[in-house]
Ligand binder design. Structure first.
Ligand code: GLC
Length: 455
């Protein structure tokens, strides 16, 4: 790849570094200036958006900003507003934070979804934070941060919140709509795959980070148990290949009692028309959401790729998912990698599901838009499943255009050929995702980072 492209990506990253009291603490979601379309909070540092920035810094041996970020976010955790009548939980981490300068000095102000559009709770933040802490520990060799008292206490607080019984009756985690990267109404309430993958990654990580002493014994047992039951559940109930599709197609419904086969009472009539003939033999994927009476058959890239990276999918399942990308390249990768959700929802379904959200019009934004920020996940998943050539193909086809288009946040259209109607330009994670993809493929020095990423 032309070095000018990578240089432009690094320039963008460096121009988004956020400072607090003279120390670098994160990166903003987009370059602050000259961005007429930028949403008001794109000057915030988002926890999920910083993850790929952190990987780039760690790749370059710059661990200071990552250490500052981890500490800043830890200090913010549990600072959400108290809601009268709720039992307060300290384990919640913010979606983002901003640095505000005024006459009284500079302050860090978190957003726990209480300022975000639609007021969504960031369930994914604590998982990204913990997984990043592990990568920081391995690549920097600094164990003292994770083993320090505040960090150990922080990890326990998160686990207490995430392992707490609520209203789910499966090992999967139950969340409201829009509680992760897809942070608007998109029918992703219930048990979305991406949350399950992040939860699994977080549990595996916690097992390594928590000190194995007597005080953590019971907690560690619980973490291990949940991790194993979640894994078996996802591998079985979320997996869809020809055979499984045929089983669902012939399901009996309304079964009662212990020996029911169609446990969740899925009606075969709910299988969408687009799936007919879409899955060749030896190809499969993890469906988007599974719950009582419901399977969301849409293909979600984030959830599938993270399941491969964190080992939630088996090796065979991972290989089949990557094969599906190869088979349906135009639909799932397209002109600008890659499709966030396939396929888009239209008409009345769109109206009910999104609440008539014009930003999520069919084949745009979260509803079937293409997101370059997924490139780092695609590349890592492809390498993990021995199909690095797919990642080469994906980035070679798009890199020049991405830089020329000024690193848009997302692209529109069935094949992702148009810059998104309301897309920000100079979006940080569009650039960092390409840097990571490029470095993982071309630079053998990045092997330790890759090994720290796959759990
Ligand atoms: C949008 C995305 C969200 C991202 C944020 C900042 O809200 O949906 O995932 O974190 O922009 O880039």
């Amino acid at each position: 790849m032309h070095s000018a492209i990578i240089d432009s990506a690094y320039r963008l990253l460096n121009s988004t570094i956020l400072y607090f009291e003279g120390k670098p603490v994160g990166t903003t979601a987009a370059r602050p200036s000259g961005n007429a379309l930028a949403a008001v909070n794109y000057g915030d540092c988002f926890v999920r958006d910083f993850f790929p920035s952190a990987l780039v810094f760690l790749m370059k041996g710059d661990s200071e900003i990552v250490c500052n970020f981890l500490t800043t976010v830890l200090n913010l955790s549990g600072q959400q507003e108290r809601i009268a009548g709720h039992e307060f939980s300290e384990g919640l981490m913010p979606a983002s934070f901003e640095v505000i300068e005024n006459e009284k000095g500079s302050h860090i102000v978190p957003d726990f979804g209480d300022r975000a559009i639609g007021r969504v709770a960031p369930v994914d933040s604590a998982a990204w934070w913990m997984i990043l802490l592990r990568i920081y520990t391995i690549t920097s060799g600094d164990m003292s941060l994770a083993h320090s008292k505040p960090f150990q206490e922080g990890i326990r607080r998160i686990l207490r919140l995430y392992l707490k019984e609520s209203f789910e009756i499966s090992p999967a985690m139950l969340v409201p709509d829009g509680s992760f990267m897809i942070d608007r109404r998109m029918g992703v309430n219930g048990h979305p795959l991406e949350i399950q993958a992040l939860f699994y990654g977080m549990l595996k990580t916690a097992q390594e980070l928590l000190l194995h002493d007597n005080s953590n014994k019971e907690l560690l047992k619980m973490v291990n148990k949940r991790m194993l039951t979640l894994r078996s559940y996802v591998r079985l109930y979320y997996w869809l290949d020809r055979e499984r599709l045929n089983e669902i197609h012939r399901y009996n419904s309304e079964e009662f009692g212990w020996d029911a086969e169609n446990l969740l009472n899925i009606y075969p009539e709910s299988i969408p028309v687009w799936l007919d003939g879409w899955l060749p033999n030896e190809h499969g994927y993890l469906v988007g959401n599974v719950g009582p009476g419901k399977i969301d058959f849409r293909f979600f890239s984030g959830g599938n790729l993270l399941s491969i990276i964190f080992g939630l999918a088996t090796e065979e399942q991972s290989a089949q998912i990557m094969r599906l990308y190869h088979e349906h390249w135009d639909q799932l990768v397209g002109e600008m990698p890659l499709k966030l959700i396939y396929p888009a929802v239209y008409g009345k379904e769109w109206a009910f599901m999104t609440g008539c959200d014009p930003k999520n019009a069919p084949w745009s934004y979260h509803n079937g838009g293409n997101w370059p920020c997924l490139l780092w996940m695609f590349t890592s998943a492809a390498i993990r499943s021995g199909q690095g050539d797919l990642a080469h193909k994906a980035i070679n086809d798009c890199a020049l255009r991405l830089a020329r288009d000024h690193w848009p946040e997302y692209y529109d259209g069935r094949s992702g050929s148009l810059i998104g109607r309301r897309a920000n330009l100079d979006q940080t994670w569009s650039a960092t995702a390409l840097i990571i993809a490029h470095e993982l493929l071309e630079n053998p020095d990045c092997l330790p980072l890759f090994e720290a990423l796959i759990i």
